[in-house]
Design a protein around this ligand. Structure first.
Ligand SMILES: [Zn+2]
Length: 340
């Protein structure tokens, strides 16, 4: 498991949601909950520092302007956050990344703040994902990145959905150099950023299981009709699941649609975008998975026999987030035949 303490220095405090100022769900307590649970399960998991991520690894996935904007945000006074509120309909590449007031040109929602610590935390979060992928390339069967802030909503030149760098995309890109990659996104929300990064790629199959985008973030995409473009056509799958789905039906959907697609693709590596907001008590999700269900989901995915880089995405019922992460990881270990 990979984590760096600097990821805890970024502290979003509030969010504008449907006209109201609410406590921000993406807190440092999320990572702390996972760290505590993993420490208690130390016989199964080892905590490691990620290697520093080279700038080139981020530039391969994100625009220079987005990186420049995060550098501009480092000048924001301490304990101050900037929330974009104006989102101009510009052409790609327009907007001044050196002017924080134009951050809306590089962002798609109002709930994802920038401050002086954003770049450092997001960079280490991406570094965790890269290190997890690198350990798979060195022969590990399972690696976990405690990536926080999360990443699967971040696009090449846009941040949003609490995401700045696309951590699952970083892992997929590292693994793609060594073989075929499937990115399986089990976060409650559609992985729109990851989809957009690999939409035209036939070496990376992206599959996302999520709540209906007509009702839930990110609202504008995540529909079954989005199947990839150009040579990537047929290599993107969106499984829109019904509201309040329980674990048994969730696994049935996984079995019926995702598993055959993965097996037909014959991937060398699996990147699991491991959001845990499908949990029954999650404040912003609407599925009914229990802690035991996360074990079963992990076990089924592990039993595919493909090396897994699990990258932490969402999950906002902080009190149980750690135990849900451990359940998923123990399921993966069991499925991969790594458990004693
Ligand atoms: Zn989510």
């Amino acid at each position: 498991m990979f984590f760096n303490a600097l990821q805890l220095e970024f502290k979003p405090r509030y969010e504008w949601a449907f006209g109201e100022k609410i406590a921000h769900p993406e807190t440092t307590a999320r990572a702390e909950s996972i760290l505590t649970a993993v420490a208690e399960a130390h016989e199964d998991f080892e905590l490691r520092e990620p290697s520093k991520i080279p700038a080139g690894a981020l530039r391969g996935l994100h625009s220079l302007q987005l990186l420049n904007l995060y550098a501009t945000a480092e000048q924001i006074p301490e304990d101050t956050d900037f929330y974009p509120t104006v989102f101009p309909k510009l052409k790609r590449g327009e907007g001044d990344p050196n002017n924080i007031r134009q951050a809306g040109a590089f962002c798609f929602d109002s709930g994802t703040p920038l401050n002086a610590k954003t770049l450092s935390a997001a960079t280490w979060s991406a570094a965790c994902a890269r290190s997890a992928a690198t350990s798979l390339r060195k022969g590990a069967k399972l690696a976990y990145a405690l990536s926080r802030p999360p990443g699967h909503h971040a696009q090449r030149d846009l941040f949003g959905g609490y995401c700045y760098f696309n951590n699952s995309g970083v892992a997929a890109k590292v693994l793609r150099r060594a073989g075929r990659v499937v990115v399986l996104d089990i976060d409650f929300h559609h992985g729109n950023g990851t989809q957009s990064l690999f939409l035209r790629d036939d070496k990376v199959l992206t599959i996302s299981l999520h709540g209906d985008p007509r009702e839930y973030f990110p609202f504008f995409c995540g529909f079954a009709s989005e199947v990839g473009e150009a040579k990537g056509r047929g290599y993107n799958m969106n499984l829109v699941l019904e509201s309040k789905i329980d674990g048994a039906h969730y696994i049935k959907a996984l079995e019926a649609h995702a598993v055959p697609a993965i097996e037909a693709f014959e991937p060398d590596y699996l990147v699991l975008a491991a959001g845990l907001d499908a949990y029954e008590r999650d404040p912003i999700g609407d599925f009914k998975l229990s802690t035991e269900d996360f074990f079963r989901v992990g076990e089924r995915i592990g039993s595919l026999g493909i090396p897994v880089a699990a990258i932490q995405e969402g999950g906002y019922f902080t009190e149980h987030l750690g135990r849900n992460a451990v359940a998923l990881l123990r399921g993966l270990r069991a499925g991969l035949g790594l458990a004693d």
